[in-house]
Design a protein around this ligand. Structure first.
Ligand SMILES: C[S@@+](CC[C@H](N)C(=O)[O-])C[C@H]1O[C@@H](n2cnc3c(N)ncnc32)[C@H](O)[C@@H]1O
Length: 218
């Protein structure tokens, strides 16, 4: 199957939008880290409504952003008029931006929306888009989490399940990996950190497990 055929945008009309309008807490750390390193060109890889594009642009970065959701792209275009943000409709497997065009890249809850074949293309694209010494931060679903071990969701391939949860992610693929697979997928980069994190709901029931990866282009 062609890789673009498994891609599916979020249905943002079904999302709890306010929760996606504030930058994630990791963005504050990354902003300081990348400012200190003298980086100034940021990519929001699968930008959604653009909370991180807006945050980095408001703090002096030039921003390139894209998403597969036309509604999300339109919404960010409307908000970005007076800021240095370029935003397009594009697929993360073949991104419509030039080589080495940014020096830092955030893909927040995005790159697991593919399969075993697709993640290889994504790793290649991130390598291509980053300039020398460029850094990325992203997460991948963890195979030890509920979605892979207990959900009973149908499989697309050995490591990929298709979410059946009602809401914006219905029908969207979720690649779930082990730590070893994550390291192997990003073997062309220096992996600076892999953190395994569990997200609980308000009643302390486990919701998700992810690997959060900070990497650098050699
Ligand atoms: C969980 S949302 C995160 C949005 C944003 N990164 C944030 O943190 O607010 C995942 C986003 O990935 C996008 N997405 C899914 N598959 C994609 C693909 N193949 N190419 C580009 N974007 C994709 C969805 O449309 C959605 O906007």
């Amino acid at each position: 199957m062609e890789i673009e055929k498994i891609s599916k945008a979020w249905d943002w009309s079904k999302a709890d939008a306010p929760a996606w309008l504030e930058p994630a807490k990791e963005a504050f750390y990354l902003l300081e880290r990348w400012k200190k390193q003298g980086k100034s060109r940021f990519m929001d890889y699968g930008c959604g409504l653009g909370r991180h594009s807006l945050f980095f642009a408001q703090h002096g970065f030039s921003v390139k952003a894209f998403d597969l959701s036309r509604e999300a792209v339109k919404e960010l275009q409307t908000k970005a008029t007076s800021l240095p943000i370029e935003v397009k409709y594009s697929d993360m497997h073949h991104v419509d931006y030039e080589d080495a065009c940014v020096d830092c890249l955030l893909a927040y809850h995005v790159v697991s929306h593919t399969n075993e074949e697709g993640i290889r293309l994504v790793a290649k694209e991130i390598y291509r888009l980053l300039d020398h010494d460029g850094e990325f931060y992203l997460d991948l679903c963890d195979q030890s989490g509920w979605m892979f071990t207990k959900s009973g969701y149908p499989h697309l391939d050995k490591s990929t399940v298709i979410s059946q949860e009602e809401g914006p992610e219905f029908g969207i693929p979720h690649l779930c990996v082990t730590k070893e697979m994550a390291k192997e997928i990003f073997a062309d980069f220096d992996i600076l950190e892999i953190e395994e994190r569990i997200t609980y709901d308000g009643d302390l029931r486990e919701r998700y497990r992810h690997f959060w990866i900070l990497g650098k282009k050699r």
